[in-house]
Structure formats: C-alpha cells, structure tokens
Write a protein that binds this ligand. Structure first.
Ligand code: SAH
Length: 371
C-alpha cells in the first residue's frame, strides 16, 4: 500500500481499521499497532507521528518514511450570531468546499461535504449552481471531522463536542460511493469518534442503485431529499427523479431499513412558497407515506443570489406540518441555523472553479457532461 506516484507517503487519516492493519502488517508490525495509531489519531487528535510516544521507536521511524497525517487546510472561518460555524476548506487548485458545525443544547452536529460542487442540479440548491468539480477523498471527508474537533478545542477526556455527523454539506454522497463508504466505516469504528450508527446520517437526492449498495456496506441513518409528493413536481425540483421515480426510491428506502434493522428514514422536504407547500401537497404526501417507517423533516427554503424561489411563510410551514401530523405522520420543522453566514442547508457554495456543467441524460446517474 502506497500513496500517490508524486507522494509515496500514505495519508493515515483515510484508512479504515482493516486497511490500517494491512498497512502496519506491510511494515512488519502486529495488528494492535493499527489500533494504537487510531487511538492517537482520533482519540487524542495527534497528527504528528513523532509524538506518538508509545509506538516502538523503529516502527515510528519506519512510519515517518511511509506515512503522514494530512488534514484539510482552512481558507476561512466564519462564526454566526447563533454560534454556528462554517469553515471553507481548500481542495487545491483554487477549489474549496465547506463544513458547518451546529451547536445545540443537547448535541453538536457537524455537517460535512462529500464533493467539491455537485452534479445533481437540484433547482433550489446553491451548490448545484456551482457545477461539479471533483470527488473528495476519504481522507478529506474524515479530515473534516478531525479538523473540526481540533478547531472546537476538543481534548482527550472531554465530553464529545461533535455528537452527530451528517453528510449534508456540498455534494451527493452516493455519487462518491468509493470514498464515502470507508469514511463512514471510520466514523462508526469504536476506536474513532464514539459516535453511534444512528448519529451518522447520509443524505441522498435519491440514487436508487447506490441505496441498495449502501445497505450491503454500512449501517448508518438514511435521509432522503424528497421535496415533492408526486413525480411530476419532483422531476422539476430534483432531476434525478426522471431516472429513478418516487416509487422506486421508496422501495429502495424500505429495503435499506429491512437490511439495516433501521427504525425509519427521514424524508427532507424543502418548503418553497407556492410550489410544493399547499394543503393538497400535504395530503398527497401523507397518502404516500402513511403507515410507513418515515419521518418528515420540513426545511424552510434558504435563499441564495439568483434563485427563482422564495421561502414559504412560517404559518404555511406550520399548517403543512399540522396537516401531516393530523394524518398520522411524524413531521418536524428544521430550525434554520447560521443563515447570517450562509451556512444553512443548500447555501454551501464553496468555491468551484474549473467546473463541469452537468445536465441530465446519460447512464450512471442520469447525468451527461456538457462542458
Ligand atoms: N446531496 C444530498 C445532500 C445535500 S443537501 C441530498 O440531496 O440529500 C442537504 C439537504 O438540504 C437536502 O435535503 C437538500 O435538498 C436541502 N437543500 C438544498 N438546497 C436547499 C435550500 N436552498 N434551502 C433549504 N434546503 C436545501
């Protein structure tokens, strides 16, 4: 196992336990060294191999030659009036991606990115307007949590500052399956952040084949961006729906729960004034999900420059929720956080230059590269 051709050293941050064990095996060490390394990296937040003092000297010397710990570089930090923090992280070559920390009374949620930009083209999302640049590596995905812990001043022995991780930042996590799966494995490892599987949530716009694959690979909570109660409307808002419709998507969700022994899927529903927020939409939505293991999370639309949409008025959002509850659904309204620093859902734009403009059409995810 080696790093890239230009850099023979491997980044320890991107390696799940099994890979780390294989790597220390190559260096002639026993698997318990991998556990020691993980403990240094994640439990103590140590990035300097030379300071990992209970590792045998020879092993440390060998490790310094062959491995390193590279964490994402911070370009900018912003703190909102409600305590929400947003970091802009460098993706090299003028690219940047974002992560957001949302403190609440009983928890701290870190919202992380999986790609620089996004190719899915949802009409109400700011990231989509940026186009797609590239997938993040596993190390960059895990590195976000590592870095946030450091920036938030977390120390060994302290209570966790980050109690929940959500893959709801920039990008479509299931379109970066190969890097996201090992990252989730790392998050769920007991030796890492002590976060239970119900507190790591992957949110997808609905890449159906990848939801089936996900069910075989990891065990985390699933959120799905539904946003409309019928195919006609959903296809306008979330274009991947033209490839995989709502019926197919829901089948995949119930399959996921069966395989994972999960309790429910959270369906995200952005509240767009006059578009999907009428009483008839609530009734249709309740019919669609009635009796199913589903929770509805209503997200007040967060505007960004150039958007054609407006946020539904608060009273409309509350009526919508009440209508769903009357029909027996569990529905909550997501509190909008960090909006004075554009850190709210769908406002993460990062910095995507050199982008590929992607539109619907081709095979894999129904995407066609235009330029
Ligand atoms: N690509 C993934 C995760 C990204 S976004 C997905 O689509 O699920 C996390 C949530 O924010 C999604 O439900 C997304 O649809 C929603 N969102 C996007 N833009 C938004 C906006 N402008 N206002 C409110 N929510 C938005």
């Amino acid at each position: 196992m080696t790093g890239s051709p230009n850099n023979p050293r491997i980044n320890l941050l991107g390696l799940p336990k099994a890979d780390l064990e294989a790597f220390v095996g190559e260096l002639g060490s026993k698997p318990f060294r991998a556990r020691q390394l993980m403990s240094w990296l994640y439990k103590r937040g140590e990035a300097d191999i030379a300071k990992m003092t209970d590792l045998a000297k020879d092993f440390r010397a060998e490790l310094v030659q062959r491995a390193e710990v590279v964490v994402p570089e911070i370009v900018k930090t912003q703190i909102a009036s409600d305590g929400t923090r947003k970091w802009l992280l460098s993706g090299g070559n003028g690219q940047a991606y974002e992560m957001v920390y949302i403190p609440e009374e009983d928890r701290g949620t870190l919202c992380i990115s999986s790609q620089v930009g996004c190719a899915l083209d949802c009409s109400f999302c700011s990231t989509a307007q940026q186009g797609f640049n590239r997938n993040l590596t596993t190390a960059e995905i895990v590195g976000q949590v590592w870095l946030a812990n450091r920036e938030l001043g977390w120390k060994v022995g302290d209570d966790r500052i980050i109690t929940n991780i959500v893959l709801m930042g920039m990008g479509e996590p299931l379109a970066n399956f190969r890097a996201v799966i090992p990252a989730i494995r790392i998050f769920l490892d007991d030796l890492v952040f002590d976060i239970s599987r119900r507190r790591v949530t992957l949110s997808t716009s609905g890449l159906v084949p990848q939801i089936y694959k996900l069910a075989e690979e990891v065990n985390c909570a699933l959120a799905v961006s539904l946003h409309a109660p019928n195919d006609e409307l959903r296809s306008q808002l979330v274009p991947i729906n033209r490839k995989h419709n709502i019926a197919e998507l829901l089948d995949a969700c119930w399959h996921y729960l069966d395989e994972q022994n999960g309790r429910s899927v959270t369906f995200e529903y952005v509240m767009l004034d006059g578009v999907n927020d009428q009483r008839r939409h609530a009734i249709e939505l309740a019919r669609l999900l009635h009796g199913k293991p589903a929770k509805l999370n209503l997200i007040p639309f967060n505007p960004f420059p150039g958007t054609q949409y407006r946020r539904s008025p608060q009273a409309v959002i509350e009526n919508f929720r009440d209508e769903l509850m009357k029909k027996g659904l569990i529905a909550t309204i997501r509190r909008t956080r960090g909006d004075d620093i554009d850190a709210a859902c769908g406002q993460l734009a990062g910095q995507v230059t050199d982008r590929t403009i992607v539109r619907l059409g081709s095979k894999t995810f129904g995407l066609q590269v235009r330029a």
